[in-house]
Design a protein around this ligand. Sequence first.
Ligand code: FMN
Length: 205
Amino acid sequence: MQKIIKTLSVLLVLTLIVSAFAGCAKRSRADQNEEKDIAKETKVLVVYFSWSGHLNSMAHWIADETGGDIIRVLAKDEYPESYNETADRAKNEKDEGIRPEIKDTLTADELAKYDTIFLGFPVWWYDLPMPMWTFLESFDFSGKTVIPFFSHEGSSDGAGSLSTISKLAAGATVKADDALSLRGGKVDSSENDVREWVKNLGYSK
Ligand SMILES: Cc1cc2nc3c(=O)[nH]c(=O)nc-3n(C[C@H](O)[C@H](O)[C@H](O)COP(=O)(O)O)c2cc1C
């Protein structure tokens, strides 16, 4: 009898461990569809990069709450489906200072229409993903207000990303102290928090 109880207990513990890991399993890569909606009469632009979809959700809530336009930054050479391959490539790009080519986002004339840029990204290797470096270096942000928002799996202060934005968007007012930080696993249940953040900044439409 004792043996049966012991076996059942071991099985129960194993089941609990497996379900816990399944619960934290990483999302698979989100779609890599291009996105550009800049036809509205608005001074607000939401720009985001996302690999597994968290920033995609956050960016859409912000665009909806502000009534702003939205564009997505995508590498011309797509990141792989595999997390490990993406992590390796991203690490190499970061270590080597590579600026991956990005798909067309905006023209300088199109960017001129906006006063405020909400800039969204996942923390990658303790910094901005390198395609965002490419994006920021492609334009002149002087006189604009840049408000960062990001998700992470531990780098809740954004690690080096916020100072990189200030460096690359020289001449802009970067609202690093107002940046929105969410752990990836919390994003799906945080729509209200994201909208509240926008409201508190005074950008609700
Ligand atoms: C290549 C890569 C590097 C990452 N580096 C970090 C990191 O340095 N710090 C951290 O907290 N999270 C890191 N993460 C986790 C992501 O920031 C986190 O999963 C985020 O929510 C993903 O957003 P997304 O779904 O929009 O791609 C990394 C993820 C990937 C794929």
